[in-house]
Design a protein around this ligand. Structure first.
Ligand code: OVV
Length: 413
């Protein structure tokens, strides 16, 4: 059998399907033009082939739901331990010590995952809900007084900043480093373009802050950070591992929710009929947030690295290659979704890959959904109309998609 053929039915070799080639594309999925409006390019990539190739960054890519899902669910073949950005840790030293959860494979991944899973479990979320409701109400109250404000700074950032650092048990000083640090982390998954290089140049103070705040003595008793360190007392993790696991929450736990809540706000402001449906039935708040995560996909992409020669979507990919998963494109693949470009808060949004899928699926998803649900509930309860009343500007990041500014005017119900 030729190397360019694969077996499609059993191993008899009777039904052989010639392998396809990964279709090379001259698109730069990390360029400003792409970020300004990725949807036409996502369509081109999905239609080109099940597996595409980007010669400019020497990476394979998958943009259809089926292949994205397949890669996410085969962590042995598509590993994370060589990094989930473009940089291959087998060839390049990571810019910071590797994450013990994100950038780990089974079996090592299982132990750290269990720890973060427990400190972010339903039992830990339950007592947080009440204080999140109070904070969301206070935020909405204040915005109703002002009427006109920036939906990003004053709501999407202000609300998570008012609950997340306290839930973790962070000191009050230095919290202004949290969002820039996360922006650095998510830019660093991208190629060595201007976005990544600039973020790296400005990174020292943010890194120093995070490094210090991950230490046990800087995390308040009763907080999620202290709960992680407590797992070192039982021997489940070593004392040296605890700060790195706290670092994962500082990296992935704040900016992502800022972008998620920003996405929900932007959707509800653009689709007033959906906003009125939410107002009419507040129990839709949680699914409205979920649909916003599908529709906007705040985390647009992640990479994996192949651990062996593999056939994906009838396309051969050699060992040691990067595969870029377009989560946002999978979330609007018409092969998987009816009317994918429609924002519908009653849609069955579950199954979207905005939080990933499989063993690495967002370990903080319950905290993210709690923040999103509580904020949309508070808004829909108190606000009659939500109107965009100024220029909307986009934030640019190699991994995150969202807005820099969203001028809004609201009227009380
Ligand atoms: C999901 C995610 C994003 C960024 C950083 C990390 C995880 C981490 O574990 O550090």
């Amino acid at each position: 059998m030729s190397a360019k053929e694969s077996l499609s039915a059993g191993s008899s070799g009777v039904h052989q399907v010639p392998l396809q080639e990964a279709v090379p594309l001259q698109i730069d999925p990390f360029s400003m033009d792409f970020f300004a409006d990725p949807h036409p390019a996502h369509h081109v990539m999905r239609e080109a082939a099940p597996v595409v190739y980007f010669p400019m960054w020497k990476t394979y890519g998958v943009a259809r739901y089926e292949e994205v899902h397949a890669v996410l669910h085969d962590p042995q073949t598509y590993c994370s331990s060589r990094g989930v950005g473009l940089s291959d840790f087998a060839k390049e030293k990571p810019w910071r010590p590797a994450s013990l959860i994100l950038e780990a494979d089974p079996p090592a991944h299982g132990r750290t995952r269990a720890v973060l899973s427990r400190v972010l479990s339903p039992a830990v979320m339950k007592p947080l809900r009440e204080s999140f409701v109070v904070a969301a109400d206070a935020c909405v109250d204040q915005l109703l007084q002002r009427q006109s404000f920036d939906g990003i700074k004053d709501l999407a950032e202000a609300f998570p900043l008012s609950v997340f650092p306290d839930a973790l048990g962070l000191k009050k000083d230095g919290r202004e480093h949290l969002i820039p640090y996360a922006a650095l982390v998510f830019n660093s998954f991208g190629p060595p373009n201007a976005l990544r290089q600039r973020a790296q140049e400005l990174s020292a103070p943010h890194q120093a802050y995070v490094q210090a705040q991950c230490q046990r003595e800087n995390l308040a008793e009763g907080g999620i950070g202290a709960k992680i360190h407590a797992c070192a007392d039982t021997g489940e993790i070593t004392p040296a591992e605890a700060p790195l696991l706290v670092r994962s929450l500082l990296s992935a736990g704040l900016d992502t929710t800022v972008y998620g809540i920003g996405a929900a706000l932007y959707c509800l402001a653009r689709y007033p009929a959906e906003w009125q449906r939410l107002r009419a039935d507040l129990s839709l708040a949680r699914n409205a947030f979920e649909e916003a995560v599908r529709f906007e996909s705040p985390v647009q992409t992640f990479f994996r690295t192949t651990t062996k020669d593999v056939v994906l979507g009838n396309t051969a990919i050699p060992e040691g290659e990067k595969v870029l998963m377009f989560l946002a494109s999978a979330n609007r693949d018409p092969r998987r979704w009816d009317n994918p470009d429609q924002f519908d808060i009653t849609r069955r949004a579950s199954g979207h890959v905005g939080f990933g899928s499989g063993i690495h699926m967002c370990v903080g998803q319950l905290l993210a959904r709690l923040e999103g649900e509580v904020m949309l509930h508070a808004l829909a309860r108190r606000v009659a109309t939500l109107e965009i009343t100024g220029p909307v500007t986009r934030a640019f990041n190699n991994t995150l998609r969202g807005l820099e500014a969203l001028p809004l005017t609201i009227k009380a119900a």
